[in-house]
Design a protein around this ligand. Structure first.
Ligand SMILES: Cc1cc2nc3c(=O)[nH]c(=O)nc-3n(C[C@H](O)[C@H](O)[C@H](O)COP(=O)(O)O)c2cc1C
Length: 213
């Protein structure tokens, strides 16, 4: 079938507009295996350069590993905070930017730069396309998670070498996304950074160019 029904279209757009980056309001309930399988399979159906499928998914539930990642975040966040001053620094210090131990499940999505699937098709001009493909998988997962009422929070404030060491990730593999996942009591109507007065959504019309930049 070529066309989506009106209801199917509404569902897709609802997932897009109601997806949020979540780092507070996580509930302790575990994510059932069948639900987790569905969102991982959605990720695995993302587009990828040359059909390379460069991703792997590390499911992290172990408390001591998550504690190590939390300590990594605290240290990286201390350093990140240092570039802000005055009012902005005060606001930054009050933002909640990770839920590594509060969420019941953490997931690291990685990119294997040496994966031979796809035989390098499409990567010769732009080798970064393996990472772009992995990000597509993350977005598929994020939208599917919203449809399953699961919150997802992306934590990028991490020392990457320390994270690789904690998760025993081989040198030719890059951790692309570290995600905190779980059911939530609420999805915000707006991005949390907008709610807190950190940033606003740009007007789409300011971003559209015709023919040339
Ligand atoms: C690549 C990437 C990295 C991000 N890293 C963080 C992070 O370290 N901490 C955080 O609180 N949010 C992080 N976010 C979430 C953004 O802050 C969030 O997507 C943005 O504010 C818009 O909100 P929304 O996702 O709810 O629409 C990240 C998002 C992306 C795409």
């Amino acid at each position: 079938m070529i066309h989506f029904s009106s209801e199917e279209k509404r569902g897709l757009y609802r997932a897009i507009y109601e997806r949020r980056d979540v780092r507070s309001r996580f509930l302790p309930d575990d994510v059932p295996d069948e639900v987790l399988s569905r969102v991982l399979d959605a990720a695995h159906h993302a587009p990828s350069v040359g059909f390379m499928q460069p991703w792997d998914f590390i499911l992290i539930r172990d408390a001591s590993i998550r504690e190590e990642v939390r300590a990594n975040f605290e240290e990286a966040n201390r350093k990140a905070a240092a570039i802000y001053e005055g009012e902005k620094r005060n606001l930054y210090d009050h933002l909640k930017l990770a839920a590594i131990v509060e969420s019941p499940l953490n997931l690291c999505v990685t990119c294997d730069h040496q994966r031979t699937k796809g035989a390098g098709l499409g990567r010769q001009s732009n080798p970064s396309t393996d990472v772009y493909s992995t990000v597509c998988a993350v977005q598929n997962l994020w939208l599917a998670a919203r449809a399953e009422s699961l919150g997802v929070g992306w934590v990028s404030i991490l020392d990457q070498d320390a994270l690789k060491s904690t998760l025993q990730i081989p040198s030719h593999v890059t951790p692309v996304a570290y995600l905190c996942i779980g059911y939530v009591s609420e999805f915000g109507a707006q991005p949390e950074l907008e709610e807190r007065g950190w940033e606003q959504r740009e007007l789409l019309t300011n971003l559209i160019h015709r023919d040339i930049w």
